[in-house]
Design a protein around this ligand. Structure first.
Ligand SMILES: [Zn+2]
Ligand SMILES: [Zn+2]
Length: 168
């Protein structure tokens, strides 16, 4: 994320068949590049790129979605939101943050280049041919938001926790 992004900017995205179109109404809280083996399997690729954002800042512009309960590394499951026609995943919700925070799949945004990773996580299982940029934080596993997120995002998170005191 760059500091020059206007907070009033919005970012549209959608699935491959264009049945689902959605909009992030602001920039996200934080962008994860996750190198865990679960993300590798679920994407069929080497990592997943997720933009974390408050659920009420994601609007469905067109189409409808299906939510698929999917096993997760925590054992508590994640719910992956997909297009009912082409079944491309557009975002997911994890147990920890419940319904309050969506993990938007950055590759489904029309202009995904806006959102380079703010952090690389689970690099202990990173594919060996990937070289991480030296100026982006990286964690062998997970991390504490209080130590990594910018102040503005922590304030947004605090507002969210006030609204939803206990994660689902
Ligand atoms: Zn579709
Ligand atoms: Zn992962």
């Amino acid at each position: 994320m760059s500091d020059t992004d206007a907070t009033s900017a919005f970012y549209d995205g959608g699935c491959t068949c264009r049945h689902v179109r959605y909009r992030m109404t602001t920039k996200p809280l934080f962008v994860h590049c996750c190198h865990c083996t679960w993300c590798q399997r679920e994407t069929g690729s080497a990592f997943a790129l997720n933009a974390m954002i408050e659920a009420d800042r994601v609007q469905l512009l067109a189409g409808d979605v299906v939510v698929v309960d999917t096993p997760s590394q925590s054992g508590k499951g994640q719910r992956i939101t997909r297009c009912p026609k082409c079944e491309v995943a557009v975002w997911s919700n994890y147990y920890g943050a419940g319904d309050a925070i969506r993990f938007v799949r950055v590759g489904t945004l029309d202009e995904a280049t806006h959102f380079a990773p703010d952090i690389h996580i689970y690099t202990s299982t990173k594919q060996p041919w990937i070289t991480l940029p030296p100026d982006t934080p990286a964690e062998l596993e997970y991390y504490r938001a209080s130590e990594r997120w910018p102040r503005e995002s922590l304030e947004r998170r605090a507002a969210l926790l006030a609204k939803f005191p206990r994660p689902r």
